[in-house]
Design a protein around this ligand. Sequence first.
Ligand SMILES: [Zn+2]
Length: 99
Amino acid sequence: MNKKFIKVYKELDIEDVSQHLLIIGEALGTCNHCSQLGVDPKIRTCPGCKTEFRYATFSSSKDKSSQIVKIANARDLIFVDYEDYRHLIGEIKAKKLFG
Ligand SMILES: [Zn+2]
């Protein structure tokens, strides 16, 4: 066994991701659902809207795998790529506006 973090591609419902996403910045997180700031990345439920965090993403450019180690050991989250998420949610919004 030689466990390492490696990026994988998986088909996900982006709207479900959006509802249950914790965006982690330099240290603390933001609930993507209600925009609650200062969320401890180790908690699983938003203190603002009580949404359950099932996905997390890192908005900062710090080394992501070392950040994941700190958080993933404590909880069972799916980490999504921030740029991918932003790109896909932008496409969905554009489709809703112009489609
Ligand atoms: Zn919230």
